[in-house]
Structure formats: structure tokens, C-alpha cells
Write a protein that binds this ligand. Sequence first.
Ligand code: AMP
Length: 177
Amino acid sequence: MSVVKSKIRTIPDYPKKGILFRDITSLLLDPEGLALTIGTFVDRYTGKGITKVAGIEARGFIVGAPVAFQLGAGFIPIRKKGKLPAETVTEEYDLEYGKDVIEIHKDSITPGDRILLMDDLIATGGTMLAAARLLKRLGAEVAEAGVIIDLPDLGGAAKLKRDLGIEVYSICEFEGH
Ligand code: AMP
């Protein structure tokens, strides 16, 4: 959606040279932009039987928690290694810039859960794929993945569909990296 897209600023060469960092803090600062972003997801997923929203640390928490609240669903934090206090399952993945490990609490899924997986942005899809694998390993059905921004040239959304059969919905797209 062009209003949401217009409120996202681009920081060149962050966190390293050649990356165009799509910064959602300018969107979150703006009351209209924030309401439009959360409202777009809520409209899309209302009545779809979502029982829990899983958000990926850290920007996936910002979008995921208010969407979960509005849907009357629960919220699951998917966190970087070592942050969750109870028993976890773990996946390693490649980032657009580096390597990382994410974890989820083992007891966060109950039988019959239909999960909406959320983050701010999908690039190569490494993070989203690892998160979806965690959810699937715990027996959850991932209904869809929702992001504010897709970078389609990096192929992440296509990969999620191809490898795990999960559709990625994005509010807007940016060309290139
Ligand atoms: P990926 O695993 O390659 O899909 O990368 C997605 C994760 O890295 C998300 O959590 C994003 O917040 C972050 N990320 C990757 N590329 C960018 C970018 N160009 N601008 C902002 N965030 C990015």
C-alpha cells in the first residue's frame, strides 16, 4: 500500500556498505501509518481462525503483538538464542548479512493451533524459513506469513512458498536489495 510505503525511510549502507536498510521507525512514529499498518493485517486475518501470532525478534514483536491483541489471539515470541527462559527448540539460519540462531518455547504450541507468522520484512527468507520450521517442528499449522515489506528480488517469499508451502502476504514491496 503506497501510504505505508511512503512512510518507510531508506538508510543506505546500514548496517554495512551496499545494504539499503528499510527503516520502519519512521512508519511507527506516524499515528496514521501505525494504525494503517496494524489495521491492514487485522482486516486480512479477522475470521481466519488464527489462534496465535508468532513474532520474530525484535521488529516482529512490534507488529505481531498488536495484531494478536486485535484478533483475540495469543502471541508467541520467537527470539535470538539464549533469551527464552524455559525449554526451547532451536534453528540456525543465514541472514542477508551474517548467521544467527532463533528459538521458541517448546510449550508455546497446543494441538490445533493455527499460526500467523509475522516480521517487519522478508529479504532472503532465511529468518522466516527458520521460524516456520520451528513452528512446524512443534506441530503447528502456519496459516500464512505476514510482513510489512517484501524485497521480492531476494526471493524469500518465493522460497517460503516453494520449500514449506507457506504464502507470504506483504503490505508493500521494494525493488532491489
Ligand atoms: P532475511 O532472513 O534475509 O529474510 O532477513 C530478514 C530479517 O533481516 C528481518 O528480520 C529484517 O528485519 C532484516 N533485514 C534484512 N534485510 C533488511 C533490509 N534491507 N532492511 C531492513 N531490514 C532488513
